[in-house]
Design a protein around this ligand. Sequence first.
Ligand code: SF4
Length: 368
Amino acid sequence: MAKKSDIASKLLAKVEPQYPLPETLPDASLVQQGLYFALRRKLPADASKAALRKLIDSYADWNELRIAQAQEINGVLQLGPKGVAVAREVREYLQEVFQRSHGMSLEFLRDDPQSTQRFVSILPYIGMAMAHHLLYIAGNGELPVTPPLVRVLDRLGLVSRTASIKKARASIEPLIPDGKELEFAYKFGEVASRWCDARKPSCHQCVLVDDCKFGKKAYRDWKVQQERMEQQRAREAARLAVLAKKEEERLRKEAEKQRKKAEFEAARRAKDAERLAAIAARKQAAEDERLAKEQARIDAQRKREAEAARKKAEEAARKQAAAKKKIEEQKKAAVAKKKADAAAAAAKKKAAADKKSAPKKKAPTKKP
Ligand code: SF4
């Protein structure tokens, strides 16, 4: 059976930190060390050192830097467009220091174990790799033993979990290859923050899962859970597909119903229109007939009136002609009478003259 120290060395080789282990700055305070580590996440060593110097020169109070705008910080750093991202790292680091320590100093890491334990319990930005690094510096090269480190090593089966830091240190130190205390603390700190969460470890993503007793079981459970979830997803997808099909069928039937209804309505409207057109045609025909009759009646009336007028005119003409004729006759009769009267008068006059001039004759006897 392999020795635990060999196993620890093998595991150590498997861990690739997100940010390579940065160098320690001589004569820097712990908060400055941490700031340098934060800068190293985005900048090379020389640029990080220059940036730290500029920040130290520009900000007498780290709290001012903590609340400064990223643009303002970048104005100090003079890093161009990438400087805004660097400034955000700076602010996040200082914000976490402030929230977790209620101050802007990390010197308590050197001599206050209780505050140190509280500080390292939750460090979402700083993480346990950087925290172990700071603790290593604070402890002057002594291995930092924290609950997250003990938790990871316990799950890996390398040590037994204990609340006693002293006992834990005694179990851990023999596992560390000579001179690799910082690398050991840094890399297992990375495992603790990145995958080996106290409550919900991400063993399925952890690089050490194949060598981890706890992780193998957790990974198996995760796989079973994933399979169950996959089955559940498949069932849910099938259920949704059935529902979608039913809905599609319902919509199809509904559309068919609407189509038939529309057809029926169109046919009814056409029939109604036909009926109304027939009624209108009948009415029109009746009206035309009535108008024709009326026109005929008017025409007949006019004809009768014209005939009556014509007859009346003829009668008037006839009467006028008769009157004219009568007047002519009367005139002729008057002329004739006048002539007769004149003739009679002349005859009488002549007779009277004749009588006067002629001898008297015996009157003829009357025959019986
Ligand atoms: S496999 Fe899981 S339990 Fe093991 S070290 Fe990785 S995260 Fe932790």
